[in-house]
Ligand binder design. Structure first.
Ligand code: RTP
Ligand code: MG
Length: 137
């Protein structure tokens, strides 16, 4: 069964819409294989988003991701990676399709409610970044 990693970002946790977002995953047929709330350190956020280290928005992205707690979740199901990306909507909420998580809960391209793995290969790397195998059921 395919797995992917979701992060409910600090803006959405602060808005108290964690349950609403997790329900969207379940309503779409994905299962929660693991989940936890945590405060990322600066080193965590820099390592997680290392692929963007040279991008102009990297510093702001790291500061945003450590601005409050996040909820990290392993989602499981058929085509879990692509299904999660569809549910999330476009990176910029102004361009996100109506009914997507970012259209409904995000404020800006920086505070955009959720992260989702962008390939099955990256999903496995990201899942191992946050979870031990025995935490995933
Ligand atoms: P994510 O990794 O968070 O799921 O978002 P994504 O795949 O839709 O977008 P990505 O290109 O991976 O960018 C990671 C995060 O960096 C911020 N960003 N800002 N100002 C900008 O041009 C810009 N571009 C990207 C966004 O918060 C994005 O989620
Ligand atoms: Mg990305």
């Amino acid at each position: 069964m395919e797995q992917t990693l979701s992060i409910i970002k600090p803006d959405a946790v602060a808005k108290n819409v964690v349950g609403k977002i997790l329900s969207r995953f379940e309503d779409a047929g994905l299962r929660i294989a693991a989940t936890k709330k945590m405060q990322l350190s600066k080193a965590d956020a820099e390592a997680f988003y290392a692929v963007h280290a040279e991008r102009p928005f990297f510093g702001d992205l790291v500061e945003f991701m450590i601005s409050g707690p996040v909820v990290v979740t392993v989602l499981e199901g058929d085509n879990a990676m692509a299904k999660n990306r569809d549910l999330m909507g476009a990176t910029n909420p102004k361009e996100a399709e109506a009914g997507t998580i970012r259209a409904d809960f995000a404020e800006s391209i920086d505070a955009n409610a959720v992260h989702g793995s962008d390939s099955v290969e990256n999903a496995n790397i990201e899942i191992n970044f946050f979870f031990a195998q025995k935490e995933i059921c």
